[in-house]
Design a protein around this ligand. Structure first.
Ligand code: SF4
Ligand code: SF4
Length: 106
């Protein structure tokens, strides 16, 4: 199992980050049009602030084949989840996916 056959963490949590990670700030990378405002200093990926979160940048079917449309531009929380860590396993469990040997991070 690897991240490209998973995507559970992109469809489980609110993916929020400091507003200046978006590309309307100097040095920001995340396309601002794919974000929404959480607070004056915080944004999140569109679609993740929901009772059934799913990031707008996630393509494909969770648990089958997925990709991130903005992989190289993704915000900090996406870079911090590591395959096999507690957040990963929580997301996978919520999607009915096994805890066995995910082998690459998002
Ligand atoms: S980090 Fe874990 S939950 Fe996220 S895509 Fe990879 S295997 Fe799935
Ligand atoms: S930006 Fe990419 S890695 Fe981050 S939650 Fe969305 S689809 Fe997943």
């Amino acid at each position: 199992m690897d991240c490209q056959r998973c995507g559970a963490c992109c469809a489980q949590f609110r993916v929020s980050f400091y507003w200046a990670e978006a590309d309307d700030a100097p040095g920001g990378t995340v396309p601002v049009g794919l974000t929404e405002t959480v607070s004056p200093h915080t944004r999140c990926m569109q679609g993740t602030w929901s009772s059934q979160p799913r990031c707008t940048a996630l393509e494909g079917d969770v648990g089958r084949h997925v990709g991130c449309r903005i992989y190289d531009l993704r915000p900090t929380p996406c870079r911090q989840v590591t395959a096999g860590d507690a957040q990963c396993l929580k997301a996978r469990a919520a999607h009915g996916l096994s805890a066995e040997a995910p082998s690459a991070s998002t």
